[in-house]
Ligand binder design. Structure first.
Ligand code: HEC
Ligand code: HEC
Ligand code: HEC
Length: 125
């Protein structure tokens, strides 16, 4: 009734094709981004987990505080003072947009429009 000579090899080819991305990448699904971290500081403005998942909210909060209430409040990290600012805080530590911000954003397909107005760091390549 069924032609085993076609169905079994067909199934094997199907399974191989479907799992191709898995074994081709040695079990890793896609290239996970590896943002380059600052070399001369150890701490971010919050824990890595919070930063990973909430940096967009934090930036929005900073922007609102600065623009609506004029509160640029300085804060201290590892003995240095920083301002609530994209350029004067985030970018003083994360000095490459390409090797930091963009690695994740390309992976997650987000293109924040911030750089339409805010200066992106000069890339040193
Ligand atoms: C004082 C320097 C400094 C400042 C200012 C700073 N960062 Fe960080 N950031 C770091 C360091 C160091 C790490 C890695 C921390 C770790 O691994 O424990 C980090 C980690 C992160 C991560 C997580 C990266 C990962 O590997 O998952 C994100 C996202 C991030 N920062 C975004 C920002 C943003 C956005 C700002 C501004 C609101 C900012 N950082 C300000 C030093 C800084
Ligand atoms: C560890 C990975 C990672 C790093 C590093 C990172 N981001 Fe993000 N960022 C994301 C992800 C993922 C999203 C999308 C989150 C979502 O849609 O909920 C995002 C979203 C954003 C957004 C909101 C964009 C939108 O259209 O909603 C802003 C603004 C932003 N990131 C700024 C930055 C800046 C500035 C830096 C560098 C200083 C940076 N991010 C570094 C992962 C990262
Ligand atoms: C249409 C232009 C424009 C765009 C787009 C824009 N900004 Fe701004 N942003 C400004 C201006 C102007 C200020 C006020 C600068 C000042 O007073 O120091 C500001 C201030 C800020 C501040 C506080 C002060 C500072 O020096 O950083 C933050 C944080 C900020 N913006 C974050 C963002 C983020 C995050 C995005 C993207 C999601 C973004 N902005 C997109 C124009 C823009």
């Amino acid at each position: 009734m069924y032609d085993r000579g076609i169905i079994i090899p067909g199934l094997i080819i199907f399974v191989l094709l479907v799992t191709f991305p898995i074994w081709y990448n040695h079990g890793v699904a896609g290239d996970v981004p590896k943002p380059e971290l600052p070399k001369d500081s150890k701490k971010c403005v919050d824990s890595v987990n919070v930063m990973r998942s909430k940096h967009m909210q934090l930036l929005n909060e900073w922007r609102d505080e600065v623009l609506r209430t004029g509160d640029r409040a300085y804060f201290e990290l590892e003995g240095k003072k920083y301002q609530k600012s994209l350029q004067n805080a985030c970018i003083t530590c994360h000095t490459s947009k390409k090797k930091f911000c963009d690695t994740c954003h390309e992976y997650a397909s987000v293109t924040p429009y911030c750089w339409d107005c805010h200066l992106a760091p000069v890339e040193s390549e």
